[in-house]
Design a protein around this ligand. Structure first.
Ligand code: MN
Length: 440
């Protein structure tokens, strides 16, 4: 006859305002559930699962019955999330342990969904029994990252299985053959994220009272940060021939109806995954698992392509608008000044015209008939064209102001000076002379 003593502790932690973890320590069923979901979702999910399992505590004599109880709990959480829109999407992890009889021996069956864990402390060695259903843990199992990298991986909190997400759930189960003195820990990730394996081993090996040990574990998680809700259930293995303490709230005594575990039981504790269809170790990627869980993919190739296309069209429209709004110039009058603006008269949307130059030609320097035109805006294709337009107005005005060229000019004829080039004083060129050089 195997006898278990259990104690538990749960705490909101140091940063969360609500404890979304729930815990059950029934005579032969121990459960930790870590709820998640907005508003009250997380609390409701974990407490709904725990309530459903509490109902089933007398019917968990085999692996199949424990799995069935967890499936019923899943349906209860799922139904609540479907029926109440404010609870939509809520979910909860679960790790549960109960004694079952196998081939006449008592073994502890541990079942899990999500990243709440079951550990065994045997002869001072701590072994993790369960396998997390989280992205980081699956990456470790696939060899993509190391255990150390997983501890700080940004997606270590993303779980790939939970109760309440869909109508059915896969449950992993593990069988632990217990030896006297063995200690089992069930906990939420709020404990294991704060307390490393070494400290966990030390704390679990330190005290006799499982309730005190559970409380000490929670205290350590808080001392190390307390970033999440923290829950620990510590289950001790004692045999029936040992004195059993009085049951209290903290010490729960469990007696199974099956035969005692004999001394011929394999030395030490063996942990084996239970056989049969219950053990599901699907060899699938986390993407496939997310799909199966119904987690919608946010980024597909088509979504990316569509986004790029929309961005391209928007950019093109913006570029054209900017070109249209700023490519031309216009000339206009402001008071007595003639100015040139870059842009379109009145602006285009948020592209306002910019003052480029104030001409040296004032409004009074152009013909009155042109002033009316100038009070409107005269659009020119370039700055040079705009300046030329003003120059033309000024020239036109000056021409009008200048004395009429048709008036007779001064009567005096222009004095014409002619320069003659010639050889009036030039020396006649002498005829060439022949120089005779006397010979000899
Ligand atoms: Mn948690």
């Amino acid at each position: 006859m195997t006898v278990l003593r259990a104690g538990s502790a749960t705490d909101v932690g140091r940063t969360r305002s609500v404890n979304q973890d729930s815990v059950l320590t029934a005579p032969n069923l121990f459960v930790v559930a870590d709820g998640m979901g907005g508003h009250a979702g997380g609390e409701v999910a974990s407490s709904t699962a725990i309530a459903a399992l509490d109902q089933a505590q007398d019917r968990v004599g085999s692996d199949e019955q424990l799995i069935e109880a967890i499936r019923v709990a899943n349906e209860a959480v799922y139904r609540a999330s479907v029926e109440n829109s404010s609870l939509a999407g809520m979910g909860t992890t679960v790790v549960a342990a109960c004694l079952v009889s196998k081939n006449g021996a008592d073994v502890l069956t541990i079942a899990n969904v999500g990243d709440s864990r079951g550990y065994l402390l045997h002869d001072g060695v701590l072994t993790q029994i369960t396998r997390d259903h989280s992205l980081a843990a699956e990456m470790v199992r696939n060899g993509d990252i190391s255990e150390e990298e997983a501890a700080t991986h940004p997606q270590r909190h993303v779980i790939t299985r939970a109760l309440g997400i869909e109508g059915t759930v896969e449950v992993d189960v593990f069988s632990v053959v217990l030896a006297e003195g063995d200690r089992v820990l069930l906990c939420s990730d709020g404990l294991t994220n704060e307390v490393d394996t070494e400290e966990l081993t030390r704390a679990l090996g330190a005290g006799d009272d499982p309730h005190a040990v559970a409380t000490d574990l929670v205290r350590r998680a808080n001392a190390n940060g307390g970033q999440d809700n923290i829950t620990a259930v510590v289950i001790d293995t004692v045999l029936a021939d040992e004195p059993v303490p009085e049951p209290t709230q903290a010490h729960r005594v469990v007696t199974t109806a099956t035969a005692a575990v004999g001394p011929d039981r394999p030395a030490g504790a063996a942990t084996t995954a239970a056989t049969g269809p219950a053990v599901v170790v699907p060899d699938e990627s986390w993407i496939a698992r997310r799909r199966r869980l119904g987690v919608p993919r946010l980024l597909t190739f088509r979504v990316v392509l569509f986004a790029l296309l929309v961005a391209g069209v928007l950019w093109g429209a913006w570029a054209f608008l900017k070109w249209y709004a700023t490519s031309s110039y216009f000339v206009t009058s402001q008071g007595n000044a003639i100015v040139v603006y870059k842009g379109r008269p009145g602006g285009v949307l948020w592209f306002k015209p910019e003052l480029v130059t104030v001409s040296s030609t004032p409004v009074s320097g152009v013909l009155p008939s042109r002033r009316t035109v100038l009070s409107q805006d005269v659009v020119e294709p370039s700055l040079a064209a705009a300046n030329q337009y003003i120059a033309n107005l000024a020239a036109e005005f000056q021409q009008a102001q200048a004395p009429q060229p048709s008036a007779p000019p001064t009567t005096a004829p222009p004095k014409v000076t002619t320069t003659t080039t010639g050889a009036s004083g030039a020396t006649p060129i002498a005829p060439s002379t022949t120089v005779t050089v006397p010979a000899g």
